[in-house]
Design a protein around this ligand. Structure first.
Ligand SMILES: [Zn+2]
Length: 302
């Protein structure tokens, strides 16, 4: 079933390679089994992921003892704008002047705090804070779950979960020299995953999509030229696409709607199987910290 889509993937990647250097950004693809290595940092088998339209709506489901709801919304919008309306594609060699053809708007509605996709009812693209009850490993700072079509790479839903428990001191101020985690850097990095980017190659040490982060750092707050080249490749200047921020299946703040595929707690690589070629698969990417420094773990098929 998948094989007949491989020529499409090869074509997309072939075009992509024309504007990419040897040590550039990587896109997330439909190849959920891919694990980056030094020899092969970017997948070249699956179809790259992207939102099909020109805009996406997100909501913040809750605040935190560390970050009130209004601040959580404003810093998310600020970081999403740096990826989209404030990004200038001409910093990338060979690209025209202009912004990526994507806009993400943070609304004031609520949202389901679980990272899930409901194939039979409404959805919300959500950021959730967990002061208690963090459903993932203790060394995970934040996690983005993207649900997409296995065949087209079209993104259906994306949810960010942030670990805001007492052992994870977060700041929206200057973290330099402090044993704190920069929420703006975390949101910027996870926003890159929401938009379809994977971790960049290790040479790009100043990139928002660099896979390693340590306490006190803030360099990920502002996307670097490598990040901008990535986002402008996924959503080129002048791309013809309509803007409809309504989530797939309509907006709903209710958890566990029809056909829900929840990944909170399970971290599963679920194929919810619609029974035809457009069946989505859920993939999770993780932003990890360890006591020994930063490390990167990509959640894999169990
Ligand atoms: Zn990441």
């Amino acid at each position: 079933m998948m094989v007949r889509f491989f020529p499409v993937a090869a074509m997309v990647l072939g075009v992509m390679s024309l504007s990419r250097g040897a040590e550039a950004f990587c896109r997330t693809t439909t190849n959920a089994d891919f694990v980056a290595t030094t020899a092969k940092p970017c997948d070249d088998v699956g179809t790259p992921l992207a939102w099909p339209g020109a805009c996406v709506g997100m909501v913040v489901a809750n605040g935190s003892k560390q970050v009130d709801l209004a601040t959580a919304r404003s810093v998310l919008q600020q970081e999403l704008d740096l990826w989209t309306t404030a990004a200038e594609c001409s910093v990338c060699t060979g690209m025209p002047a202009g912004h990526p053809s994507m806009k993400v708007t943070v609304g004031t509605a609520g949202g389901c705090t679980a990272a899930e996709y409901n194939q039979e009812s409404g959805n919300s693209n959500t950021v959730s804070y967990f002061d208690t009850g963090w459903p993932h490993a203790n060394n995970v700072l934040a996690l983005t779950t993207v649900t997409y079509s296995k065949t087209s790479g079209q993104i259906f839903d994306a949810d960010i979960e942030v670990n805001s428990g007492p052992s994870i001191p977060l700041t929206v101020g200057d973290p330099t020299g402090l044993k704190v985690y920069d929420l703006l850097s975390i949101l910027a990095h996870e926003s890159g995953h929401v938009l379809g980017l994977s971790h960049t190659q290790l040479a790009n040490t100043d990139a928002t999509m660099y896979p390693k982060y340590e306490q006190g750092q803030s360099f990920m707050r502002t996307p670097a030229p490598d990040d901008i080249c990535g986002i402008c490749t996924v959503y080129p200047v002048g791309r013809s696409a309509t803007c409809d921020p309504t989530p797939h299946g309509g907006y709903s703040s209710v958890c566990g709607g029809g056909g829900a595929t929840s990944t909170s707690g399970g971290g599963c690589h679920c194929d919810v199987g619609l029974g035809h070629d457009e069946g989505p698969v859920t993939m999770t990417t993780t932003f990890v910290l360890t006591l020994l420094g930063a490390a990167w773990i990509r959640r894999r098929k169990k």
